[in-house]
Every structure is written in structure tokens, then in C-alpha cells.
Design a protein around this ligand. Structure first.
Ligand SMILES: Nc1ncnc2c1ncn2[C@@H]1O[C@H](COP(=O)(O)OP(=O)(O)OP(=O)(O)O)[C@@H](O)[C@H]1O
Ligand SMILES: [Mg+2]
Length: 444
């Protein structure tokens, strides 16, 4: 984690001693960056290493100071672009952006003469057959979706050079991440408008059993007309989510700010509620100007997602309505059972707030949750202990439901005691009356 993009990236193109290494060696030689002897020296080092995870040729060339990290990066870029330009049927027009795991290019689809975006995955991912299988399955599922707020998936394939790619609709606009980086701050109305569009997109995908798993400002593009488009839907993740989150270490903004607790724990049965959490976290960032949890390292941020109570958005930005704070609170509940139990429920609440009304489901969640538990058990429900670590001072704000859970059983106990007293008193009074009647002189 976090050895710097240069060294890491070389190993994503190909393993040590691979065909890619040979190709990189050739390119370095062609460009006159290192001599044949230097390259052979490094190859020899590779061969003699007993480490099964031995370093790639580029890593060794850098270590031996034969080339600089910057030169290595430029070579890899040149090679990658050469490969991508060889995706049959597409003419590469330029790079649109690069994320932690892939590069996105603008391209022309020659047959239809239209502009598309192509996401090219590193070769390393092709080495994992499970991932490749999921990539195609999800790609196919995504291509069947059609929604105005989802970037349309067009095709998946593999280039003759072994690069897996994902062709999608090209969207003109900027990601929410880019807009925030430029200093744009979102009003509650603007943020709600975006969240509603993305919730519509997710509801559409969830109804068709497709989970995004990576909803975040970088994956939402806003067009000049104000249409929010969710990207990367149906793009299988290479590794388990915890690993993917860790892989983002070292990127200025790539820390796992929006990932759900169950994904951090590496649980396998991730469902739509992970997307609900991430949408809540994205909305939190839009309306407060900061991610829900921050920390020095990705591990610190992940720890807070798991353990630290959330400071309500409307406490940070007091201009916000209480309703939006409640919606985010429910969406970002640590336990997924406490979140919205359907994406359309969240959508309805977001729309209610936009119309100036209180959120129906968020409130009902809080109230019913407590009452149901009490009625089921008929006894006091334990208040979960929130452990606050010394290094993370935080305001603990028990949820309203927890307060009710403890208050209601007390009330019930006192009612029972009162009823028992009334019963006992009435029995005594009745007994006395019967005795008096039976012992009256007239009756004897
Ligand atoms: N369909 C598209 N149309 C236009 N631009 C796009 C499209 N998809 C992605 N991009 C651009 O490409 C960039 C890189 O996207 P990519 O999904 O590879 O990484 P990311 O989402 O920014 O981050 P990461 O992969 O690290 O999570 C995006 O930030 C966006 O600017
Ligand atoms: Mg993306």
C-alpha cells in the first residue's frame, strides 16, 4: 500500500519477467534511456531472485538508477496508449482521465461514427479468471440497463494484446469530485436534485439485481444541463472491497471516504444497502463540504466508518433542513438493517424534503424500530456501548430510537405494578364486603 504510483503501476502492467517486461525493455532500449548491458543486468537480478513476488524490470531499472521513475511512467504510458489504440473498431482520440485501477479514453466507434468512452483495465486483472468472469457478467447486465441517469454501457471485450475494456456512452461534463476540487459548493437544493437523480439510477439498477459498490463523487458526472449520470455501474471490482479501498491509498482523494462498513469488513453478501450508504456519504460531502469521516490514513478513515458515530450533516452546516440530516443518518447507519430497506424508500424521502416536507421513512424507521423490539421481547433492549477511543474524541449522539427503547420498557413495568396493586386492593375490599354481609345480624 502506498509505495507511490510509479513503482506500483509497473507491476500492474505485467508481472516480473513477463512478456510485458520484454516489451518495456525493448521500448527503453529504442528510446535510448538505458543500455543493453543495464537492462541485461536487471534481467539477471530478476532471474537470481528467489522471491516469488520479485520486482518487475522497470522497478529494478529504477532501483539501480538506470532510469528515473518519471521516465518509467512515460514509457508505460506510451506502451499503454499504443495498446489501446489497437482496440479493433475504435479510434483513440485522447485520455479522459485515470483512476486508481484503470484509464478512460475518448474514442470514435468507427462503425457508427460516434464518440464513446473506453475504460481500459490493466493487464494484471486478466490474470484473475474469477474477476474476468464477473467483469463480463456484470458488463452484460449493465448493457441491458437503460436509464437517463446511468452512463450507458455499450460493450465489453478484450484487445488482441490482452487488455480488457469497457465501452460506454461518452458524457460531456465534470464529475462531482472535479467540481468540488474547483471550489464549487452545493446548496441543499442542488445536492438534493443530484441525489434524487442518482437514487433513481440506483433504484433502476437494484430492481435488476445490479449493485454498484462504488458510488462516490468521482463516479457521478454532471452535464452542463444539470443531468447527473452515474458511471462505472456494472464494472466488477478486481479485488474484495477492503483491498480495493486499500489500493486507493496515497491518492489525494482516493481514500475510502464513501465505502460501507460491510464492504470494509470484506463481507461477501454485499447488497443494495451498500449503495445506499455510499449515496448517503456522497450527499453528506455535497452538503457539508467534507466527507463524513476523515483521517490521516485510509485505515483511519475505514476505522471511523466502522466505529465512530456520524456528526449529523445539519450540525455541521446549520443552514440545512433537519430532514436532510435525518435522511443521511438513516442511509449511513452502520448496521445495514438500520438503513433504508429499499432504494425507493430513500428516493421518496429525498423527494419529500425537496417538497419541503419531513422524511416519512426516516422517521418511521426510528420510531417503529424501537417499538417493535420492545413488543417482541417485552423487556429492556440493551443500548449498544459505543466505545470512544482516546485518539478520536467525538460527540456521541444516541439515536432517538435508542432513547425510546430504554424509556418504553420502564413505562410498561410501572403499568404492570400499578395494575397488580389495583387488583390486590379490589380483592381485599371484596373479601371484607362478603365478610360484613355474611356476619350481619339480620342474615344470621
Ligand atoms: N463515460 C464517461 N464519459 C466521459 N468521461 C468519463 C466517463 N467515464 C469516466 N470518465 C472520466 O474518466 C475519469 C477516470 O475514471 P475512472 O472510473 O477510471 O476513475 P475514477 O472513477 O475517477 O476513480 P477510481 O477508478 O480511482 O475510483 C473520471 O474521473 C472521468 O473524468
Ligand atoms: Mg470511475
Amino acid at each position: 500500500m502506498g509505495t507511490g504510483p510509479e513503482v506500483n503501476a509497473s507491476s500492474t502492467i505485467g508481472g516480473a519477467g513477463s512478456a510485458v517486461d520484454t516489451e518495456i525493455g525493448k521500448a527503453i532500449l529504442d528510446m535510448g534511456l538505458a543500455t543493453r548491458t543495464e537492462i541485461e543486468f536487471c534481467r539477471e537480478q530478476q532471474k537470481q531472485s528467489s522471491d516469488p513476488n520479485q520486482r518487475s524490470l522497470t522497478d529494478l531499472l529504477i532501483e539501480n538508477a538506470f532510469i528515473t521513475p518519471n521516465q518509467a511512467r512515460r514509457i508505460r504510458q506510451a506502451l499503454e496508449e499504443r495498446k489501446t489504440s489497437q482496440i479493433p473498431g475504435f479510434q483513440l482520440l485522447g485520455k479522459l482521465g485515470k483512476g486508481a485501477m484503470a484509464t478512460v479514453y475518448k474514442a470514435r466507434q468507427i462503425s457508427l461514427d460516434r464518440i464513446v468512452a473506453i475504460k481500459v483495465l490493466p493487464r494484471k486483472m486478466s490474470e484473475n479468471p474469477e474477476f474476468v468472469d464477473r467483469f463480463y457478467k456484470e458488463g452484460k447486465a449493465a448493457a441491458r440497463l437503460s436509464h437517463n441517469n446511468i452512463v450507458q454501457a455499450i460493450d465489453v471485450g478484450v484487445s488482441p494484446e490482452g487488455y480488457h475494456y469497457f465501452v460506454m456512452e461518452y458524457i460531456e461534463g465534470k464529475t462531482l469530485y472535479d467540481l468540488m476540487q474547483e471550489g464549487h459548493s452545493f446548496s441543499e437544493a442542488e445536492a438534493l436534485d443530484i441525489a434524487i437523480q442518482i437514487a433513481e439510477a440506483l433504484a433502476h439498477a437494484h430492481q435488476r439485481q445490479l449493485i454498484h459498490r462504488d458510488v462516490k463523487p468521482k463516479n457521478i458526472i454532471l452535464t452542463p444541463q444539470g443531468v447527473a449520470k452515474l458511471t462505472d455501474l456494472g464494472l466488477a471490482r478486481a479485488a474484495d472491497d477492503k483491498l480495493a479501498a486499500e489500493m486507493e491509498a496515497g491518492k489525494a482523494y482516493g481514500t475510502p471516504y464513501y465505502i460501507s462498513p460491510e464492504q470494509i469488513r470484506g463481507e461477501l453478501d454485499i447488497d443494495f444497502r451498500a449503495d445506499i450508504y455510499s449515496l448517503g456519504a456522497t450527499l453528506y460531502h455535497l452538503v457539508t463540504g467534507r466527507p463524513p469521516f476523515e483521517g490521516e490514513t485510509p485505515a483511519a478513515v475505514m476505522h471511523k466508518h466502522l466505529k465512530q458515530p456520524l456528526i449529523p450533516a445539519d450540525h455541521i452546516n446549520t443552514a440545512l433542513s433537519a430532514g436532510i440530516g435525518e435522511v443521511i443518518d438513516v442511509a449511513m447507519a452502520k448496521k445495514r438493517e438500520d438503513r433504508y430497506q429499499s432504494t425507493t424508500d430513500m428516493l421518496e424521502d429525498l423527494k419529500a424534503i425537496r417538497a419541503g416536507n419531513p422524511p416519512i421513512h426516516a422517521r418511521r424507521n426510528v420510531d417503529l424500530d424501537a417499538l417493535e423490539k420492545v413488543e417482541e421481547t417485552g423487556q429492556t433492549v440493551d443500548v449498544p456501548q459505543i466505545v470512544i477511543e482516546e485518539s478520536e474524541p467525538e460527540v456521541v449522539r444516541p439515536r432517538a430510537s435508542r432513547r425510546q427503547e430504554t424509556a418504553t420498557p420502564d413505562l410498561r413495568n410501572s403499568k404492570v405494578i400499578a395494575a397488580l396493586i389495583v387488583l390486590a386492593v379490589s380483592l381485599i375490599v371484596n373479601a371484607v364486603l362478603i365478610y360484613v354481609i355474611l356476619t350481619m345480624p339480620g342474615l344470621a
